[in-house]
Design a protein around this ligand. Structure first.
Ligand SMILES: Nc1ncnc2c1ncn2[C@@H]1O[C@H](COP(=O)(O)O)[C@@H](O)[C@H]1OP(=O)(O)O
Ligand SMILES: [Mg+2]
Length: 346
Protein backbone atom coordinates (compact mmCIF):
# COMPACT_ATOMS: atom_id res chain seq x y z
CA UNK A 1 0.00 0.00 0.00
CA UNK A 2 1.32 3.45 -0.92
CA UNK A 3 -1.21 5.41 1.15
CA UNK A 4 1.22 5.68 4.12
CA UNK A 5 3.87 7.21 1.89
CA UNK A 6 4.00 11.02 2.08
CA UNK A 7 2.31 12.84 -0.80
CA UNK A 8 5.50 14.51 -2.14
CA UNK A 9 7.26 11.14 -2.45
CA UNK A 10 4.24 9.58 -4.22
CA UNK A 11 3.92 12.55 -6.56
CA UNK A 12 7.63 12.37 -7.44
CA UNK A 13 7.39 8.60 -8.03
CA UNK A 14 4.33 9.11 -10.29
CA UNK A 15 6.17 11.91 -12.13
CA UNK A 16 9.12 9.58 -12.87
CA UNK A 17 6.78 6.98 -14.40
CA UNK A 18 4.75 9.48 -16.40
CA UNK A 19 7.92 11.22 -17.69
CA UNK A 20 9.07 7.84 -19.07
CA UNK A 21 5.79 7.47 -20.95
CA UNK A 22 5.95 11.06 -22.22
CA UNK A 23 9.49 10.37 -23.48
CA UNK A 24 8.16 7.43 -25.49
CA UNK A 25 5.50 9.72 -27.00
CA UNK A 26 8.26 12.18 -27.98
CA UNK A 27 10.14 9.36 -29.78
CA UNK A 28 6.99 7.98 -31.42
CA UNK A 29 6.04 11.35 -32.92
CA UNK A 30 9.56 11.63 -34.34
CA UNK A 31 9.42 8.10 -35.79
CA UNK A 32 6.13 8.88 -37.55
CA UNK A 33 7.90 11.86 -39.14
CA UNK A 34 4.99 14.33 -38.91
CA UNK A 35 6.08 16.89 -36.32
CA UNK A 36 3.20 19.34 -36.83
CA UNK A 37 5.30 22.44 -36.09
CA UNK A 38 3.36 25.54 -34.96
CA UNK A 39 4.97 28.96 -34.34
CA UNK A 40 3.84 30.26 -30.91
CA UNK A 41 5.96 33.43 -30.92
CA UNK A 42 9.36 34.70 -31.97
CA UNK A 43 11.87 31.80 -31.76
CA UNK A 44 9.19 29.80 -29.96
CA UNK A 45 7.81 26.65 -31.57
CA UNK A 46 5.55 23.77 -30.61
CA UNK A 47 5.24 20.31 -32.16
CA UNK A 48 2.82 17.38 -31.94
CA UNK A 49 5.24 15.84 -29.44
CA UNK A 50 5.01 18.88 -27.10
CA UNK A 51 1.20 18.75 -27.23
CA UNK A 52 0.81 14.98 -26.79
CA UNK A 53 3.47 14.61 -24.08
CA UNK A 54 1.88 17.45 -22.11
CA UNK A 55 -1.58 15.83 -22.32
CA UNK A 56 -0.18 12.53 -21.08
CA UNK A 57 1.61 14.16 -18.13
CA UNK A 58 -1.13 16.57 -17.06
CA UNK A 59 -4.01 14.06 -17.41
CA UNK A 60 -2.12 11.30 -15.57
CA UNK A 61 -1.08 13.50 -12.64
CA UNK A 62 -4.46 15.31 -12.43
CA UNK A 63 -6.31 11.97 -12.26
CA UNK A 64 -4.31 10.92 -9.20
CA UNK A 65 -3.72 14.30 -7.55
CA UNK A 66 -6.83 16.36 -8.42
CA UNK A 67 -6.12 19.29 -6.10
CA UNK A 68 -2.53 19.86 -7.20
CA UNK A 69 -2.12 22.95 -9.42
CA UNK A 70 -0.45 21.67 -12.61
CA UNK A 71 0.86 24.29 -15.03
CA UNK A 72 2.15 23.17 -18.42
CA UNK A 73 3.99 25.01 -21.16
CA UNK A 74 1.38 23.99 -23.71
CA UNK A 75 -1.74 24.77 -21.63
CA UNK A 76 -4.72 26.00 -23.65
CA UNK A 77 -8.00 24.91 -25.23
CA UNK A 78 -6.25 23.14 -28.15
CA UNK A 79 -4.66 20.81 -25.69
CA UNK A 80 -7.69 19.55 -23.77
CA UNK A 81 -10.24 16.76 -24.25
CA UNK A 82 -10.18 12.96 -24.09
CA UNK A 83 -6.89 11.15 -24.26
CA UNK A 84 -5.86 7.63 -25.25
CA UNK A 85 -6.09 5.23 -22.31
CA UNK A 86 -2.48 4.11 -22.76
CA UNK A 87 -1.43 7.71 -22.10
CA UNK A 88 -3.07 7.60 -18.65
CA UNK A 89 -0.30 6.38 -16.38
CA UNK A 90 -0.99 5.32 -12.81
CA UNK A 91 2.31 3.53 -12.04
CA UNK A 92 4.83 4.98 -9.59
CA UNK A 93 8.58 4.38 -9.58
CA UNK A 94 9.45 1.86 -6.83
CA UNK A 95 12.91 3.23 -6.04
CA UNK A 96 11.50 6.72 -5.47
CA UNK A 97 8.60 5.35 -3.39
CA UNK A 98 11.15 3.95 -0.94
CA UNK A 99 12.81 7.36 -0.32
CA UNK A 100 12.86 8.87 3.15
CA UNK A 101 10.72 12.03 2.98
CA UNK A 102 12.36 15.12 4.55
CA UNK A 103 10.57 16.01 7.82
CA UNK A 104 9.52 19.45 6.55
CA UNK A 105 7.64 17.94 3.58
CA UNK A 106 5.87 15.03 5.30
CA UNK A 107 2.56 16.79 5.84
CA UNK A 108 2.34 18.85 2.64
CA UNK A 109 -1.19 18.83 1.16
CA UNK A 110 -2.18 18.76 -2.52
CA UNK A 111 -3.48 22.35 -2.37
CA UNK A 112 0.01 23.56 -1.38
CA UNK A 113 1.73 22.07 -4.43
CA UNK A 114 2.35 23.63 -7.84
CA UNK A 115 3.76 21.35 -10.57
CA UNK A 116 5.49 22.98 -13.57
CA UNK A 117 5.57 20.84 -16.71
CA UNK A 118 7.72 21.32 -19.80
CA UNK A 119 6.72 18.35 -21.96
CA UNK A 120 9.59 18.91 -24.37
CA UNK A 121 12.47 21.19 -23.46
CA UNK A 122 14.80 21.84 -26.40
CA UNK A 123 12.15 22.10 -29.12
CA UNK A 124 14.65 23.67 -31.55
CA UNK A 125 16.99 20.73 -31.10
CA UNK A 126 14.10 18.28 -31.51
CA UNK A 127 12.91 19.71 -34.82
CA UNK A 128 16.47 19.95 -36.12
CA UNK A 129 17.03 16.34 -35.05
CA UNK A 130 14.10 15.33 -37.28
CA UNK A 131 16.04 16.57 -40.23
CA UNK A 132 19.01 14.40 -39.41
CA UNK A 133 16.86 11.28 -39.25
CA UNK A 134 16.22 11.65 -42.98
CA UNK A 135 18.92 9.41 -44.34
CA UNK A 136 18.30 10.33 -47.98
CA UNK A 137 20.20 13.65 -48.56
CA UNK A 138 17.60 14.85 -51.10
CA UNK A 139 14.72 14.17 -48.66
CA UNK A 140 16.71 15.98 -45.97
CA UNK A 141 17.31 19.00 -48.19
CA UNK A 142 13.59 19.17 -49.08
CA UNK A 143 12.67 19.06 -45.39
CA UNK A 144 15.21 21.80 -44.66
CA UNK A 145 13.63 24.04 -47.30
CA UNK A 146 10.24 23.75 -45.58
CA UNK A 147 11.67 24.06 -42.08
CA UNK A 148 10.67 27.41 -40.56
CA UNK A 149 13.74 28.37 -38.58
CA UNK A 150 17.05 26.81 -39.58
CA UNK A 151 19.70 29.05 -41.15
CA UNK A 152 22.11 27.57 -43.69
CA UNK A 153 24.90 27.88 -41.06
CA UNK A 154 22.91 25.67 -38.65
CA UNK A 155 22.06 23.25 -41.41
CA UNK A 156 25.75 22.75 -42.16
CA UNK A 157 26.57 22.31 -38.45
CA UNK A 158 23.74 19.77 -38.18
CA UNK A 159 25.16 17.76 -41.09
CA UNK A 160 28.40 17.45 -39.15
CA UNK A 161 26.68 16.36 -35.95
CA UNK A 162 25.57 12.86 -36.98
CA UNK A 163 22.13 12.62 -35.33
CA UNK A 164 21.87 16.33 -34.56
CA UNK A 165 21.10 17.36 -31.05
CA UNK A 166 18.38 14.96 -29.92
CA UNK A 167 20.23 14.20 -26.67
CA UNK A 168 19.56 17.83 -25.65
CA UNK A 169 15.81 17.17 -25.55
CA UNK A 170 14.29 16.58 -22.10
CA UNK A 171 10.89 16.20 -20.43
CA UNK A 172 10.72 18.31 -17.26
CA UNK A 173 8.39 17.95 -14.27
CA UNK A 174 9.13 20.28 -11.35
CA UNK A 175 7.31 20.08 -8.00
CA UNK A 176 7.17 23.22 -5.86
CA UNK A 177 5.90 23.87 -2.33
CA UNK A 178 5.66 27.38 -0.84
CA UNK A 179 7.07 28.77 -4.10
CA UNK A 180 10.27 26.65 -3.83
CA UNK A 181 11.21 23.73 -6.12
CA UNK A 182 11.50 20.74 -3.77
CA UNK A 183 11.51 17.80 -6.18
CA UNK A 184 11.94 17.29 -9.89
CA UNK A 185 12.31 14.94 -12.83
CA UNK A 186 14.50 15.38 -15.92
CA UNK A 187 13.79 12.66 -18.49
CA UNK A 188 16.06 12.34 -21.53
CA UNK A 189 14.17 10.43 -24.28
CA UNK A 190 17.19 10.01 -26.58
CA UNK A 191 19.87 9.06 -24.08
CA UNK A 192 21.49 5.84 -25.30
CA UNK A 193 23.22 3.24 -23.21
CA UNK A 194 23.98 -0.50 -23.25
CA UNK A 195 22.99 -2.57 -20.20
CA UNK A 196 23.84 -6.30 -20.08
CA UNK A 197 24.43 -6.29 -23.84
CA UNK A 198 21.01 -4.73 -24.50
CA UNK A 199 20.54 -1.28 -26.10
CA UNK A 200 18.51 1.02 -23.84
CA UNK A 201 17.06 4.33 -24.95
CA UNK A 202 15.95 7.05 -22.54
CA UNK A 203 16.72 7.66 -18.88
CA UNK A 204 15.07 9.50 -16.00
CA UNK A 205 16.91 11.60 -13.45
CA UNK A 206 15.17 12.74 -10.28
CA UNK A 207 15.93 14.76 -7.16
CA UNK A 208 14.22 15.36 -3.84
CA UNK A 209 15.28 18.03 -1.40
CA UNK A 210 17.38 16.57 1.48
CA UNK A 211 16.88 13.02 0.15
CA UNK A 212 19.23 13.17 -2.84
CA UNK A 213 19.24 12.41 -6.55
CA UNK A 214 19.02 9.30 -8.72
CA UNK A 215 18.93 7.96 -12.27
CA UNK A 216 22.50 8.94 -13.15
CA UNK A 217 26.04 8.76 -11.80
CA UNK A 218 27.05 12.12 -10.28
CA UNK A 219 30.54 13.31 -11.25
CA UNK A 220 32.75 16.07 -9.83
CA UNK A 221 33.08 19.33 -11.81
CA UNK A 222 35.78 19.53 -14.51
CA UNK A 223 39.25 20.76 -13.41
CA UNK A 224 39.12 23.82 -15.65
CA UNK A 225 36.19 26.26 -15.81
CA UNK A 226 33.71 25.00 -18.41
CA UNK A 227 30.55 27.02 -18.98
CA UNK A 228 27.40 25.74 -20.64
CA UNK A 229 25.00 28.09 -22.41
CA UNK A 230 22.36 28.41 -25.13
CA UNK A 231 23.00 27.37 -28.72
CA UNK A 232 19.79 28.80 -30.15
CA UNK A 233 18.91 31.96 -28.17
CA UNK A 234 22.07 34.05 -27.95
CA UNK A 235 22.32 37.87 -28.10
CA UNK A 236 24.91 40.55 -27.12
CA UNK A 237 24.01 40.40 -23.39
CA UNK A 238 24.37 36.60 -23.35
CA UNK A 239 27.79 36.91 -25.02
CA UNK A 240 28.94 39.67 -22.63
CA UNK A 241 28.13 37.51 -19.61
CA UNK A 242 30.10 34.64 -21.15
CA UNK A 243 33.17 36.83 -21.82
CA UNK A 244 33.46 37.99 -18.22
CA UNK A 245 33.51 34.43 -16.86
CA UNK A 246 37.07 33.82 -18.05
CA UNK A 247 36.20 30.24 -18.93
CA UNK A 248 38.56 27.67 -20.44
CA UNK A 249 35.70 26.44 -22.64
CA UNK A 250 32.10 27.38 -23.51
CA UNK A 251 29.67 24.60 -24.51
CA UNK A 252 26.65 25.71 -26.56
CA UNK A 253 23.83 23.22 -26.11
CA UNK A 254 20.03 23.23 -26.15
CA UNK A 255 17.52 23.14 -23.32
CA UNK A 256 17.64 24.14 -19.65
CA UNK A 257 17.23 20.49 -18.58
CA UNK A 258 20.19 19.30 -20.63
CA UNK A 259 22.47 22.08 -19.40
CA UNK A 260 21.73 21.16 -15.78
CA UNK A 261 22.45 17.50 -16.64
CA UNK A 262 25.87 18.64 -17.89
CA UNK A 263 26.48 20.24 -14.48
CA UNK A 264 25.36 17.11 -12.64
CA UNK A 265 27.59 14.85 -14.75
CA UNK A 266 30.78 16.92 -14.52
CA UNK A 267 30.75 18.12 -18.16
CA UNK A 268 30.47 21.78 -17.13
CA UNK A 269 30.51 23.68 -13.86
CA UNK A 270 28.43 26.81 -14.53
CA UNK A 271 25.34 27.50 -16.67
CA UNK A 272 25.05 31.14 -17.75
CA UNK A 273 22.14 32.61 -19.73
CA UNK A 274 21.94 36.42 -19.40
CA UNK A 275 18.66 36.86 -21.25
CA UNK A 276 14.94 36.53 -20.87
CA UNK A 277 13.37 33.61 -22.78
CA UNK A 278 13.31 30.75 -20.26
CA UNK A 279 10.05 30.25 -18.36
CA UNK A 280 9.17 28.74 -14.98
CA UNK A 281 8.62 25.28 -16.51
CA UNK A 282 12.17 25.38 -17.95
CA UNK A 283 13.84 25.93 -14.58
CA UNK A 284 11.61 24.38 -11.88
CA UNK A 285 12.65 20.73 -12.33
CA UNK A 286 16.31 21.53 -13.15
CA UNK A 287 16.55 23.77 -10.06
CA UNK A 288 15.00 21.09 -7.84
CA UNK A 289 17.36 18.35 -9.05
CA UNK A 290 20.45 20.60 -8.99
CA UNK A 291 19.78 21.86 -5.47
CA UNK A 292 19.12 18.30 -4.23
CA UNK A 293 22.62 17.53 -5.57
CA UNK A 294 24.18 20.49 -3.70
CA UNK A 295 24.13 23.05 -6.53
CA UNK A 296 22.33 26.36 -6.93
CA UNK A 297 20.15 27.96 -9.65
CA UNK A 298 19.07 31.60 -9.57
CA UNK A 299 18.59 34.47 -12.00
CA UNK A 300 21.59 36.54 -13.19
CA UNK A 301 21.13 38.88 -10.19
CA UNK A 302 21.52 35.97 -7.76
CA UNK A 303 17.84 35.94 -6.75
CA UNK A 304 15.83 32.72 -6.56
CA UNK A 305 12.81 32.48 -8.84
CA UNK A 306 9.47 31.85 -7.12
CA UNK A 307 7.24 29.04 -8.32
CA UNK A 308 3.83 29.91 -6.85
CA UNK A 309 0.86 29.39 -9.17
CA UNK A 310 0.29 33.13 -9.66
CA UNK A 311 3.91 33.96 -10.55
CA UNK A 312 4.46 35.31 -14.05
CA UNK A 313 5.73 32.60 -16.40
CA UNK A 314 8.81 34.31 -17.93
CA UNK A 315 12.18 34.19 -16.16
CA UNK A 316 12.97 37.72 -17.29
CA UNK A 317 16.32 38.05 -15.54
CA UNK A 318 18.05 34.99 -17.00
CA UNK A 319 19.64 31.92 -15.44
CA UNK A 320 22.80 31.42 -13.41
CA UNK A 321 23.40 27.90 -12.11
CA UNK A 322 26.41 26.09 -10.73
CA UNK A 323 27.35 22.71 -9.31
CA UNK A 324 28.29 24.29 -5.97
CA UNK A 325 27.38 27.41 -4.00
CA UNK A 326 31.03 28.58 -4.22
CA UNK A 327 31.10 28.39 -8.01
CA UNK A 328 27.73 30.15 -8.11
CA UNK A 329 29.20 33.03 -6.02
CA UNK A 330 32.26 33.14 -8.28
CA UNK A 331 30.05 33.54 -11.36
CA UNK A 332 27.70 36.03 -9.71
CA UNK A 333 30.61 38.25 -8.65
CA UNK A 334 31.89 38.40 -12.21
CA UNK A 335 28.64 39.68 -13.72
CA UNK A 336 29.08 43.45 -14.20
CA UNK A 337 26.54 45.78 -12.58
CA UNK A 338 25.63 47.36 -15.99
CA UNK A 339 24.69 43.93 -17.30
CA UNK A 340 22.49 43.22 -14.27
CA UNK A 341 20.81 46.61 -14.73
CA UNK A 342 20.31 46.08 -18.47
CA UNK A 343 18.59 42.76 -17.80
CA UNK A 344 16.44 44.12 -14.94
CA UNK A 345 15.08 46.87 -17.23
CA UNK A 346 13.93 44.43 -19.94
N1 LIG B 1 13.75 33.27 -26.62
C1 LIG B 1 13.13 32.14 -26.27
N2 LIG B 1 11.90 31.86 -26.75
C2 LIG B 1 11.27 30.72 -26.39
N3 LIG B 1 11.78 29.79 -25.56
C3 LIG B 1 12.97 30.03 -25.05
C4 LIG B 1 13.72 31.20 -25.39
N4 LIG B 1 14.89 31.13 -24.74
C5 LIG B 1 14.86 29.99 -24.05
N5 LIG B 1 13.72 29.31 -24.22
C6 LIG B 1 13.30 28.04 -23.59
O1 LIG B 1 14.29 27.73 -22.63
C7 LIG B 1 14.99 26.55 -22.98
C8 LIG B 1 16.46 26.75 -22.74
O2 LIG B 1 16.94 27.70 -23.64
P1 LIG B 1 18.19 27.43 -24.57
O3 LIG B 1 18.00 26.13 -25.27
O4 LIG B 1 18.23 28.61 -25.49
O5 LIG B 1 19.32 27.41 -23.62
C9 LIG B 1 14.67 26.32 -24.45
O6 LIG B 1 14.79 24.97 -24.75
C10 LIG B 1 13.29 26.87 -24.57
O7 LIG B 1 12.36 25.91 -24.06
P2 LIG B 1 11.42 25.01 -25.06
O8 LIG B 1 12.35 24.30 -25.97
O9 LIG B 1 10.73 24.13 -24.09
O10 LIG B 1 10.52 25.99 -25.75
MG1 LIG C 1 11.56 24.54 -22.28
Amino acid sequence: MTSNIPLIVRLLASSVSVANRAGKIVRDVMSKGELGIVEKGKDDYQTEADRSAQRCIVASLAAQYPKVNIIGEEDGPDNEGDIASDWLISEADKEVLSLECPAGLRSVKEEEIVVWVDPLDGTSEYTQGALMLKRDPWERWKMYLTHPFISIKWYLSLLQSNYGFLEHVTVLIGISVNEKPVAGVIHQPYYKTILGGEKIIGRTIWGLQEAGVGGFTPAPPPDSLIITTTRSHSNPLVEKALQVMNAAQVLRVGGAGYKVLQLLEGKASIYVFASSGCKKWDTCAPEAVLSAAGGKLTDILGEFYKYGGTESRPNKTGVLAAVSKDLHSYALNRIPQELKEALSKK
